[in-house]
Write a protein that binds this ligand. Structure first.
Ligand code: C6P
Length: 402
């Protein structure tokens, strides 16, 4: 563990005079040296634009950029690199599908099915497009335990449903949704499925071919890579017929005032100079995760989740929000009537980083009748000793606030 933690320089610092306990991994993970060095190396040695130059640096940059696409495609089990579109992140990926797929195929009276536990970025893009075309965003309720109401999901599917857009793992509750069953159910009625995988990819191997998912969206920065970069995986049969999302350089074939033709996949959806260092950094992150292995990662996270749940539930007045049977290493909680911001501010004084607030899931907070939660999210570099520090700090916060 010491050796793993040495890979993450940001973990090794004092906050308010105490060693940092970083438990905000669902917001963004820390970056290993392998990622920092890959980005540094690119800017030091190979910095150039891609797909545009015959000179050596441009070729090196292009090779690294397209090499990253191959690494990412292999990682998620995509059949072809042409199904892997580079975006600014999960939010951008969902907006792309909403604007291009939604803008083309959604008509008045149609429905897009989302759940009550969605992040705003899997709600608002659908509201924007549905409002434009006269379609409706329909919601699947969430149970008291924070699970998807599966019978309600089944009952919501109809001939009006043109897309099911669901989160794979809830950022606010940690709930892991039964996505394989959901996809099978939707496909049986000919309905495509988009999954928001922002919180799923850091916790386990996702195989898009095995899932048979139609669109899969995720961000690099929650997977130990750089911010501002992410992926839209889409099945070729959809991407081929979807119109471009944005216009500009690289996404065209021939431009003429009489009419413009577009580049092949995936470039049709990648207008302008891309985040080259982002792609290189994300590929380095994937190689790093592969070197650690999901066997170790999942074992570590399951142990931390179990230990933290046990330690935290022993605290008087502490209530966990989200008790799904199948859960990622996330604990959202409230202590008595204390406001989450106050708890988070006190925890910071003890050197502990957690997230507080509505976690960009306001409808979910409304469902539970709460203003927000305090969220501790763990990854493989966290330790039981850190959870002990969290527990002690929560007890002190409770003594101060209640
Ligand atoms: N959730 C959190 O603290 P971007 O910002 O595009 O990289 O990811 C958006 C997003 C989409 N879906 C889910 C399930 C997410 O968790 C997030 C980001 C962070 O929970 C920041 S709000």
């Amino acid at each position: 563990m010491d050796k793993i933690r040495e890979d993450f320089p940001a973990l090794n610092q004092l906050i308010h005079g105490l060693p940092l306990v970083y438990l905000d991994n669902a917001a963004t993970t820390q970056k290993p040296l392998a990622v920092i060095e890959a980005i540094d190396g690119y800017y030091r040695n190979d910095n150039s634009n891609v797909h545009r130059g015959v000179h050596t640096l441009s070729q090196r940059a292009t090779d690294a950029y397209e090499g990253a696409r191959a690494t990412i495609a292999e990682y998620i089990g995509a059949k072809s690199t042409s199904e892997v579109i580079f975006t600014r992140g999960t939010t951008d990926s969902i907006n792309l599908v909403a604007a291009s797929f939604g803008g083309t195929y959604l008509k008045a009276g149609d429905e897009v099915l989302v759940s009550e536990m969605e992040h705003h970025s899997n709600i608002v893009p659908w509201q924007l497009i549905c409002n434009r075309v006269g379609a409706t965003v329909r919601t699947i309720p969430v149970t008291d335990a924070g699970e998807l109401d599966y019978p309600a999901f089944k009952a919501s599917l109809s001939t009006k449903t043109k897309l099911v857009a669901l989160t794979h793992v809830s950022n606010a509750l940690g709930t892991i949704n039964p996505v394989k069953d959901i996809i099978t159910e939707a496909h049986a009625m000919g309905i495509p499925v988009l999954l928001d995988g922002a919180q799923a990819v850091p916790h386990g191997r996702v195989d898009v071919a095995e899932l048979d998912v139609d669109f899969y969206c995720f961000s690099s920065h929650k997977l130990f890579g750089p911010t501002g970069f992410g992926v839209l995986y889409g099945k070729r049969e959809f991407l081929e017929v979807m119109p471009p999302y944005q216009g500009g350089g690289d996404m065209i074939d021939v431009v003429d005032f009489a009419g413009t033709t577009f580049n092949d996949l995936p470039y049709k959806f990648e207008a302008g100079t891309p985040h080259i260092a982002g792609a290189i950094g994300m590929a380095a992150a994937i190689k790093y995760v592969n070197s650690i292995g999901f066997g170790f990662i999942q074992n570590q996270e399951a142990g931390l989740l179990h230990y933290a749940t046990q330690q935290l539930t022993a605290i008087d007045g502490l209530r966990i929000i989200g008790e799904a049977k199948d859960k990622a290493s996330v604990i959202s909680f409230l202590i008595g009537s204390a406001h989450p911001y106050d708890v988070g501010t006190i925890l910071d004084k003890f050197g502990i980083a957690v997230r507080t607030g509505h976690h960009c899931t306001q409808p979910l907070m409304k469902r539970f009748g709460i203003p927000g939660t305090v969220r501790a999210s763990f990854t493989f570099y966290n330790t039981r000793a850190e959870i002990d520090r969290l527990e002690i700090a929560i007890r002190k916060a409770a003594a101060m606030l209640l």
